[in-house]
Design a binder for this molecule. Sequence first.
Ligand SMILES: [Zn+2]
Ligand SMILES: [Zn+2]
Length: 203
Amino acid sequence: MKIINLLIVLCLCACNTNKEKVEPVDNFTDSISLEPCATIFLQPYEDFSQKEAEILGNKVLKKLNKLYYGYWSIKVLPSRPLPIKAYYKPRHRYLANVLLKDLPNRSSPIYIIGLTHKDISFKIHNTSNYGIMGLTPLGKNKSIVSDFRAKGDDFVAVIVHEFGHVFFGLRHCLDTNCIMCDYQKHKGKPFNFNLCKEHEGIR
Ligand SMILES: [Zn+2]
Ligand SMILES: [Zn+2]
């Protein structure tokens, strides 16, 4: 059977070489779009400097390229003051849902991520004011993230995790080796830039 298939392939190749007109290769390369799948806008808040946002953006791009198929570009927006109404004085935190509302609305496929050094919180896990690392509302193309609880590569992982929610609609995973694992399940362990078998199929 394999020999027959091989003969058919060889026959087709031979037929192609006999054609008078062969499509030029340039026609194929012209049809490949080099436009990004999406532009990711980083919106630094207050003391989160533009330089910090640029360095962070480059690290995020490297990890996105490692985990997912696609092409994204990152742009850093001018810094923005933290809205006073987001401040929660009793815990010296900023309310993540209020910050999300403050982020400018961008139409898809543009994705905007607010960056802050401040502690952010949300009503979750049966607690009215729970300290979190990042939040993305379902079906929205915006996130707010804070490096108050996640430093260095862990903070990069928080952004890559939120990206998975926005672009691929990925849900939380029980596998602590998967980037889509809920932060709470890590219990202080460093994040891994991996996708579990189930999530690998969706990317
Ligand atoms: Zn999540
Ligand atoms: Zn997973």
